[in-house]
Ligand binder design. Structure first.
Ligand code: ARG
Length: 574
């Protein structure tokens, strides 16, 4: 149940009763919480349509609402607003209903099958900070879609079929290195060396290109070497994503799309879409309404090699046949926007997105860059690319310093575990509190602070609640019925819960985990005020104490669900 839907239904019915269209009854959260909790501005557009004074229309509707016990006041304000305040009784009853429901009355959407393509690391290269955002944001979107009732398949879509493989293979050949004995550390050194060499040594670059082509054309020996490299690299990637707490249902790579590529080309050919251009094969994807130039999409290079886009088309065909999804979401940085525009257009033209009655929706959800304090993409001190494991290592190390300042009795193991959770929360919330499309500045001190909009602040709040609840259990004090709020702080806290379902739907609609962050900070802030202003276990009135404990339990449940959606763990103590 979504309160906005319920209130909108109620007000819409009153508009209709007065002879106006139902659509004017849309209710929103108040933009002026000092005046009201919810508002309806529909009388303003209705006034235009019906050539009437908006305040009169608002008054007519408000009059019909009088006597509804859910509201403590229904007021009109110029030029035609309807301002609603929820009654204390209703707020308490609403909280009670949420508490009685396993899902806290949070919404379930009509089920769709969604493939989420995130992570996207390249095999044979170590993970670097540029991989952080796709993993964090993709993981949160995956969790959110699941929670809202969708069938979701998370696919890491590794880059394991491109030039970087040819570079590593060529370099290993040159060194006479045995593929069977290659380690992750070797790979971490070989790739950068090979990449650097290819920039100065033309013969080597050519050899790497030839090895890439041989791989793609099914050369058995090259394929065996490739497989060794891939296996070693994937085990490293699994560890890296494991440290981030990010999981995938499928560890597919570009190479898994390879069997589908010839079929994609057949489809394109049958449709008459493939055109030769300077020995290469391309598809025209420009549309008459384009405002910017849209060059043809390259499908096969003149040397016969497939490119990134070709593989993505193969992958789409694979996804269609394996999952028959309603939607495919791609979570990458915004520099790939053009690539996906071309791929999606080409796929649509080819007809391969048609599946029975439906057309598979391909959607790119781009994100901005994580920058250093200089406003440029985050680098190591000496200007190099920072490994993700180094970044995680230093965040967790700093978190441990904080945890070690705590006087809560904890074993060394517990401290390390808390530091890991704190560090990961700092990274995730530091990232996701910003709208995904924005760039942001990585600021370790700020991200790790226990006050402000940080992961640790949210964790401290949850730990604080849980410690009171544990004390209550130990003292055998039970929670009871939630009573109508007796104070402003209590009322404010109760008012925050109905905001959650709307926030989740907005986060989903906009694919923006930041909306989940916002509502989390809202609840945590209101809770902390309530906590510092009220006695809970020491409250002398028994039913009030039981009500406040119930409020703590409910807050804890909301925080738990919301933090889980963002992949933030709650330490047992900190
Ligand atoms: N491996 C790619 C890169 O590093 C990202 C893959 C994104 N997903 C996709 N289906 N193209 O840029």
């Amino acid at each position: 149940m979504n309160i906005l839907t319920t209130l909108t239904e109620t007000i819409s019915a009153k508009f209709v009763e007065r002879g106006y269209e139902a659509s004017y009854g849309t209710v929103t959260v108040s933009s002026r919480p000092d005046l009201c909790h919810y508002q309806c501005n529909g009388a303003l557009p209705a006034a235009k349509a019906y050539r009437k004074n908006p305040l009169v229309i608002a008054g007519e509707v408000a009059e019909l609402l009088q006597g509804d016990a859910r509201f403590s006041s229904i007021e009109t304000a110029p030029p035609g607003f309807i301002n609603l305040r929820l009654s204390d009784q209703y707020l308490a009853a609403l909280a009670g209903d949420m508490a009685a429901d396993e899902r806290l009355l949070l919404p379930l959407m009509e089920r769709k099958t969604i493939v989420v393509d995130y992570g996207g690391p390249n095999v044979a290269k170590p993970l670097h900070v540029g991989h952080l955002r796709s993993a964090i944001i993709g993981d949160a979107l995956y969790r959110l879609a699941r929670f809202l009732g969708h069938t979701v398949i998370g696919d890491i879509h590794m880059g394991d079929w491109g030039l970087q493989m040819g570079l590593v293979i060529a370099e290993m050949e040159g060194r006479g290195a045995d593929a069977a004995a290659v380690s992750l550390d070797d790979l971490n050194e070989i790739y950068p060396a090979a990449s650097a060499r290819s920039k100065t040594d033309a013969a080597f670059a050519e050899k790497a290109a030839a090895r890439t082509a041989a791989l793609q054309h099914g050369d058995g020996d090259i394929r065996a070497v490739w497989k060794q490299i891939r296996d070693v690299s994937v085990s490293g990637l699994k560890r890296g994503y494991g440290a981030l707490g990010v999981t995938f249902d499928r560890w597919y790579g570009e190479s898994d799309a390879e069997p589908y590529v010839p079929r994609v080309k057949d489809i394109l050919r049958e449709r008459g879409l493939l055109r030769e251009s300077d020995g290469a094969l391309v598809v025209d994807v420009a549309l008459p309404e384009d405002k910017e130039p849209m060059p043809p999409m390259l499908v096969e290079k003149s040397n016969g090699a497939d490119v990134y886009g070709t593989t993505d088309l193969g992958t789409l065909l694979q996804r269609k046949e394996e999952f028959d999804p309603d939607e495919v979401w791609y979570v990458t940085d915004n520099r790939q926007a053009f690539h996906f525009r071309q791929v999606f257009r080409c796929a649509k033209l080819s007809g391969m997105l048609n599946s029975g009655e439906k057309e598979i929706q391909c959607l790119h959800f781009p994100f901005g860059t994580m920058n250093g304090k200089d406003g440029k993409p985050y680098k190591t001190r000496d200007g190099g690319v920072m490994r993700l494991s180094d970044l995680i290592g230093s965040v967790v190390e700093n978190a441990l310093r904080k945890v070690n300042e705590s006087d809560v009795p904890m074993s060394g193991e517990e401290r390390r575990e808390a530091a890991r959770m704190l560090g990961m929360a700092a990274l995730r919330i530091g990232d996701m509190q910003n709208h995904r499309t924005k760039d942001y500045i990585f600021d370790m001190e700020r991200f790790l602070a226990s006050e402000g909009k940080t992961g640790p602040y949210l964790q401290y709040t949850a730990v604080r609640i849980r410690s009171v609840l544990a004390k209550a259990r130990a003292a055998e004090i039970a929670a009871g019925e939630i009573l109508p709020p007796a104070t402003d702080a209590e009322r404010d806290l109760l008012l925050s819960f109905p905001l959650v379902s709307d926030a989740l739907l907005r986060a989903f609609a906009d694919k923006a985990p930041s909306a989940v962050c916002d509502v989390l900070f809202d609840i945590a802030g209101r809770f902390n005020r309530f906590y510092f202003e009220h006695k809970i276990l020491q409250c002398p009135d028994e039913s009030l104490r039981a009500s406040r404990l119930a409020l703590l339990e409910l807050t804890d449940r909301f925080l738990t669900i919301l933090l889980e959606l963002l992949g933030v763990e709650i330490p047992s103590h900190m």
